[in-house]
Write a protein that binds this ligand. Structure first.
Ligand code: 13P
Ligand code: SF4
Length: 306
């Protein structure tokens, strides 16, 4: 068995040889975040995938994120170190089920969260992330929106728009581990802390949040705030970045159970294997890629107001 430093050294050498960049989502293991060139949210990482002048992208995240990179950067080789890292929420909508519901709402525009497969994106009009969902919906001329697959994000958006939102019945099992009762106990224990929640959280959790943000929104807010203590209502991997960037501030996870097993599958050994053996190459059939890219491009064309 190789020690951690040997693995890290090999990763860095191979990264140069392959002209590769390592992207890691905010929910990855701390040691994987530490060797990444960029750590960020779904939107930020897809943009990095396009901007980086490299041959290979090693995407430490779950499958839909690596697929988004492959859709946007077809000239690059996109690798996912852990082939089984999927997203249970993304799997709650299939092409067949979406086609059926679209028929029931022929006038609705379909907005899909990036947490969907490439094939589902290809059936949608425009994508969004948790960072821009409200802006994306409000940018549309249409009044009826079928929003897939996260019902919590859909309900959050519905509170910030005059449009009619038809939510899909999907949810993130990890964010559902965060319960309002536990948050209230944490608030009692840390009365000076602000509670920041991700819009994938349950409605009653969002109701008691001081602020609702994507992971990037949380990172920015914490960096700029004068507050010194925060209860963090999202997957607990984000605490690593928050603690590194804000050594003078304190962070408490809203729930010790908010851990995404799929995000934690990727180890340093898997990253090394990925670069050594160029595994696992993520490809999207060209007919699907072109249609899915349209939905992603429409999202990326919208200028964020914050
Ligand atoms: P972001 O807020 O970083 O986009 O991520 C949410 C999520 O659950 C990704 O799997
Ligand atoms: Fe999917 Fe939730 Fe895990 Fe993100 S945290 S990958 S939405 S299951």
């Amino acid at each position: 068995m190789q020690d951690m430093q040997t693995i890290i050294d090999k990763i860095n050498t191979l990264k140069k040889e392959r002209n590769a960049v390592i992207l890691a989502h905010n929910y990855q293991r701390s040691e994987v975040q530490d060797i990444a060139d960029f750590v960020g949210d779904s939107l930020g990482l897809s943009q990095q995938a396009v901007e980086q002048d490299v041959d290979v992208i090693v995407f430490c995240g779950v499958d839909f994120m690596a697929e988004s990179a492959a859709i946007l950067s077809p000239d690059k080789t996109v690798l996912i170190p852990e082939i089984d890292a999927g997203c249970p929420m993304a799997e709650m909508v299939s092409v067949e089920s979406l086609k059926k519901v679209k028929k029931e709402h022929p006038n609705a525009v379909v907005v899909c969260y990036v947490n969907t497969s490439a094939a589902v994106k290809a059936e949608c009009d425009i994508c969004c992330t948790s960072a821009n969902a409200v802006e994306v919906v409000n940018s549309l001329d249409d009044d009826e929106i079928l929003f897939v697959p996260d019902k919590n994000l859909a309900n959050y958006v519905a509170k910030h728009t005059d449009k009619t939102i038809i939510p899909w019945e999907g949810y993130c099992p990890t964010h559902h581990q965060i319960l309002a009762g536990d948050v209230l106990l944490m608030k009692e224990e840390h009365p000076n802390a602000e509670f920041l929640a991700h819009p994938e959280c349950r409605d009653d959790v969002l109701e008691i949040a001081d602020y609702v943000f994507s992971t990037t929104g949380m990172t920015k807010y914490v960096g700029e705030s004068d507050c010194k203590e925060f209860i963090i209502g999202t997957e607990n991997g984000l605490l690593h970045k928050l603690e590194l960037e804000n050594p003078d501030k304190k962070f408490y996870p809203a729930s010790e159970y908010a851990i995404c097993p799929n995000m934690k599958m990727t180890t340093l050994a898997a990253v090394l294997n990925s670069l050594e053996n160029m595994e696992h190459v993520v490809t999207v059939p060209e007919n699907v890629r072109i249609k899915a890219k349209r939905a992603l491009d429409r999202m990326l064309d919208i200028k964020l107001s914050k």
